[in-house]
Structures are given as structure tokens and as C-alpha cells.
Write a protein that binds this ligand. Sequence first.
Ligand code: TRP
Length: 449
Amino acid sequence: MQSDRKAVRENWGSRLGFVLAAAGSAIGLGNVWRFPYVLGENGGFAFLLVYLCCVVLIGLPIMGAEMVIGRGSRRNPFGAFKALLPGSAWWLVGAIGIVTGVIILSYYNVVAGWTLAYLFRSLTGLVSGFTGPDSAELAYESFVSDSAQVVIYLFLFAVLGILVVAQGVKGGIERWAKILMPTLFLLLLLLIGRSLTLEGSGDGLAFLFAPDFSKINGDVILMAMGQAFYSLSLGMGVMITYGSYLDNRTNIFSSAGTVAGLDALIAVLAGVAIFPAVFAMGMEPSSGFGLTYQVLPMVFAKLPLSDVLSSLFFLLLTIAALTSAISLLEVMVSFATDELHWTRARATIIMAAFAFVVGVPSALSFGVWSDVTVFGLGFFGVADYITANVLLPLGGIGIAVFAGWAWGRGVKQEILLGSNQETLYYVWLWSVRILAPIAVALILIFNFV
Ligand code: TRP
């Protein structure tokens, strides 16, 4: 049995499949509801330039570090550090990563569940049923405080993740990434077509892109760094896990570059789909829950085929969330199959159930448990804050320092497998040694004050 299990560690079927799965992890709610607004509010094209620099100088090197740690060890994040530097305490970085993954999955599933609910409700006429300007707000508030509904949708979304991950890396994650990512792109193009053909859409484009270099200051640069880091799903071992299924012929530099490029492209395109329509319908730009569940439904309500548009949008968002949730679940599953020797089916069900249970308080924090708060934040807020602002940056620093300083000579040989770009290796090395750890440490420090 033991040797059997070793032999069944899968590989990706193709480089494309790997890149789409990794891009699926990176492209999530953040690309749709956060990036476009941050772009528009912080200098448009000027912010975009800063953001792209952060992606290239900080995000890409850490992503490369994760992938090479994964491929070099062929293990889950916990086992990877143990295999590469036995006897050291570096496994802690992987262990914290996995715990971080559980917490992110728990609350990510909650909003993903809402999104799924909005998809079903759009299909059955939610938006065309709006009667006045406050309809979307009322519908949102009564929905998120309805504990039973929210938990049911949380459950349904968790089941979707199980169905994909239980089918394995190639037959589940990769196969679905190859179906879902092109679908997401197509949906985005459809919505862009609608948005840009509305009268007055130019105002939205101006909001998004009009360059304002005077807005670029230290805070904005920090925000760009933080957004780049979060958007690329770094700091907890998703890319370690996905990298562990890579073969030695895959070029890590170009793969990471493609993933980051797709992530930035979709984030910008999401803005082009959203804000021209928001401005054309005379609504105020915003981000997060307000944009997604209140402003956009009202925008759709004012347009012909409102329920169709709304359904397309929430389908897009469900797909974006699902491919990210899958990657989080896979981190836990790879840990359980590698270290606890569980079968994939068992690992998937138990880990998803665990994340579901941990997610219930977050789900209830918008309703019956809204009074339970720490520093003014409910369960959901605390889980989000701690992971995004503390645990992920800590993990990112650990990963960069490990790859740059602790691992030693082996890393050069490993990362050059499939690429042989020595100059790039040195650029990468000095980023993970100095630039990336300092930058991520700044994010960590300044998010506290
Ligand atoms: N990148 C995701 C987004 O843009 C969010 C995210 C952060 C994430 N860390 C992650 C997703 C780890 C999956 C795994 O929405």
C-alpha cells in the first residue's frame, strides 16, 4: 500500500493545464471586486504601472520560489520544507501556510456561497423583480442575515469543490480548469461588450485609466504591493502544492510569468466590464460586497435582459471563486494524502467538511452572530484580516528567505531545470533574497499602523 501511494503522486497532464489551474487560483474575487476600484481610485494608468512593477519585482519571484519548492520536493507545503531541509524548523512555514489555507477557505466559501445564491436567484428573476432604488440593498441585507439560507449555500459551494478535487489533479483540477477558465474569459468578454456599448461608458473608462501620477505616494505603492501579493495567491503554499505536480521539463520562470500576466489581464478586464456600466447607469463606483451585491444588481436592473446579465455576472464570479477554492482545498488534501496517508477521496471530504465547519461562524457573522465582535470585526472580518494582513505576508517572507538563503545550492539547479536562463536566475535570486522579503515585511508592518 505504502509504495502504491508513493507511485500515485500525479503530474499535470500539460503545461497549459498547470498554468490555467494556477491562474484559476490567482484569479478570484479580488480581481473582480477589489482591483478595478483600487485602480480607479489611485491614479488609473499610473497605478497600473506601479502595480505591474510590484507583480514583476515581488510577486513573480515569490511565485517562482513557491513553484520551485514544490517541484524540488514533490510534497505538500509542510512536507516540502521537511524534505528539502530535514531536521530544521522550516516546516513551520509550511504548517502555518496550511492553517492559513483552512481559514481562507472557510470564509472564502461563505462569499462564494452568496455568489452561488445570487446566481440561482438571478436565474429565477431576482433582478427584474427589483421595484425601487433600494431594492438591491434590501435584498442583500435580508439575504446575508438569513442564517439558514447562507449556510445551505455555503454547503452547496463546498460540495462543488469536493466534486472537483476528489477527481484528482489531472482528472479533476486540471480538467475543470481547462473548462472553467476559458468560460470565465468568454463571460467577461460578453459583459465587456455590453458595458462598452452603453451610452456614457467613456466615463467609466476615464475613471479606470485616466493617469494621475500625483496620486502615487508611499501608501499607494504599499497598497499595490499588497494587492499584487494577495491577488497572486502567494504566501501559503498554493503554488508549492501546484508546483509539486510539475515535471522537470517545465520552465518555472515562464510559467509563473504567464500566470501573473493572466491574473493582471483579467483584473483589468473586470474593470472594463464593470465601471463603464456603473457610470453609464449613473451609479457611484465602489468595491467589495457593496459593489457586487448592491451596485451591480441595480445596474443590471436598469438594463434590458437584466436577469440574463446578472446571471452571467454571477456565473463568472462563481467560477472565479470556485477555481480559487479548489486550490485552497488541494493544499489541505495534498497534506492529508502525503503526511497522513489518507486516500484522496477521504482527504477531500474530511478537509472540505472541516473548512465548512470553520466557515459556519463566518457565515453567521452577518446575521445571528453579528454581535460577536473583536476590535469591531465579526468572525468573517477577523478571519479575513488575520490571513490577508498577517499570516500570508509572514508566509511570503518565510518562503522567500527559505528559497533565497536557507535552501542552498540545490535551488539553482532545480529552478534551471526546464529553463536554463542563468541571468534570470540571478535576478530572481536577488529578489527573493532582499527585495521581496523587505517589500512584504513593509506590507506587514504598515498594515498594522
Ligand atoms: N487570489 C485570490 C483572489 O484574488 C485570493 C487569494 C489569496 C487566494 N490567497 C489565496 C485564493 C490562496 C486561493 C488561495 O481573490
